[in-house]
Design a protein around this ligand. Structure first.
Ligand code: IMP
Length: 428
């Protein structure tokens, strides 16, 4: 068994939660390495739905060790809420099975307040559509070197000092610029002190745990959040999240070296969706877009916003193959396309008269490109019960094979429904 990195190859919401859950059975350790509770991973086990924002989806498998790496930003209140929700469904998580890196930066109440105030102040058309969870401001403090780390929960005096220092600047921004109420160190400490008590038993040297796991021949799965085109560097800037979502960050964000990343699986939806602001070349503002939205239940797991829907964009995924060195794809939600007479795939972009195989680099250029489409026949059969490629109609098989050709990587798994057992090998 090899180590695996699971990456969203579009704009997030590709169905990673289900695939991570499924492949967790093959791994001993499951690690989140970036993002925070802006993610929303939906997993259905025996008809019961679990939506996890922060704790790795692998937690639903008994005996697996789930780790939250240094590259994550962690909201202590959300962490405790998720523990409680899991416990209420009978999943009691002991610290032996869930560990947080002491180097993980924390999302503080003032990060949430600033995230919301900033987004509100942005003019229409420039709104990022953030989840408002404080993700960006927490990463900002990390880089500015005034961040609070999980280890600080073990020293409440140091924690208070750090909070006081941070608040000098935050309150100036909140009150003078954004006309919001100031936040006091007392308020922050009142929220954090009881949470610290619950979190401290989960703190660990995650890099050390992973190093030891490798020495013992254990396998590791790295669970990406968001998607490649929301990457802070390589995504559709500025309409991106605040962390590196690409596979390379699995190493930096967990404290293992890049040689440990072996299989790199790009999860792609059989069509494209996007939530929040930003350009989307293949977006369908028509009946077909609404069909995809309703058939695919395309509503954000975190913010409940309706996702914009469009045709599969091979240009974006081709770039994801390169950015992540994908070794295989997993194609999800293929069943949602059933019933469409024809399917289109965007095979290239036209930009200022030139045909492009990869997205243009200039900031506003993606909003200007024109998709070049290829049309394939659709299928009408219900495929939610398919157990192998042979069970799929010819149109569905041809669609998968064409995507593989266009992006240059083979599919490993195909998913035709939300349940664990609605998945099969693309080689079957
Ligand atoms: P933030 O990460 O909350 O700052 O939001 C930045 C952008 O990323 C917004 O457009 C969000 O809608 C988007 N985003 C953040 N997390 C996810 C996710 O897990 N799936 C899809 N989009 C996301």
């Amino acid at each position: 068994m090899s180590n695996m990195v699971i990456i969203g190859a579009q704009w997030g919401d590709e169905g990673k939660g289900k695939i991570v859950d499924l492949l967790s059975a093959q791994s001993d350790y499951i690690v989140r390495f970036q993002g925070g509770n802006n993610a929303g991973h939906t997993v259905i086990v025996d008809g019961e739905e679990y939506i996890l924002h922060l704790i790795p989806s692998g937690i639903l498998h008994q005996g697996k060790v789930c780790l939250i790496g240094n590259g994550v930003v962690l909201d202590p209140a959300v962490f405790c809420q998720e523990l409680d929700t899991l416990a209420s469904k009978g999943v009691d998580v002991a610290p032996a099975y869930l560990k947080i890196s002491r180097k993980t930066h924390l999302i503080m109440p003032y990060h949430r307040a600033l995230d919301k105030a900033r987004e509100k102040a942005r003019i229409e058309g420039e709104k990022i559509g953030t989840t408002g969870r404080g993700i960006g401001p927490a990463y900002e403090d990390k880089v500015t070197r005034i961040g609070v780390r999980a280890a600080d929960l073990e020293d409440l005096q140091l924690l208070r000092r750090k909070v006081e220092i941070a608040l000098v600047e935050k309150n100036a921004l909140l009150t003078s610029l954004y006309n919001c109420p100031a936040i006091s160190a007392d308020e922050v400490m009142a929220e954090l002190t009881p949470l610290a008590e619950r979190l401290v038993p989960y703190l660990a040297d995650v890099s050390g745990v992973l190093g030891q796991a490798r020495l013992e021949g254990k396998t590791i799965m790295f669970e990406g959040a968001q998607g490649t085109h929301l990457d802070i560097d390589h995504g559709t800037y500025p309409f991106v999240t605040s962390s590196n979502t690409v596979a390379g960050n699995a190493a930096a964000g967990s404290g293992l070296g890049p040689r440990e990343l072996e299989r790199i699986i790009g999860i792609v939806k059989a069509y494209t969706t996007r939530v929040g602001g930003g350009p989307f070349p293949t977006q369908l503002d028509c009946e077909i877009g609404r069909h995809l939205q309703s058939q695919g239940a395309e509503v954000g797991a975190t913010t409940k916003r309706v996702r914009r829907c469009g045709w599969f964009d091979a240009v974006l995924v081709r770039e994801s193959v390169r950015l992540n060195s994908l070794t295989e794809l997993t194609l999800t939600k293929l069943d949602v396309l059933s019933g469409l007479k024809e399917l289109k795939i965007c095979v290239a972009y036209k930009y200022r008269g030139e045909e492009m195989q990869y997205p243009p680099q200039a900031e506003a250029a993606l909003a200007e490109v024109e998709p070049v489409y290829e049309t394939l026949p659709g299928w009408s059969e219900d495929i939610t019960g398919a157990k192998s490629m042979a069970d799929l109609p010819a149109g569905a098989r041809a669609y998968i094979r064409r995507i593989e050709e266009l992006v240059g990587v083979k599919a490993g798994l195909i998913s035709v429904g939300p349940d664990r057992n609605q998945t099969f090998s693309a080689c079957s």
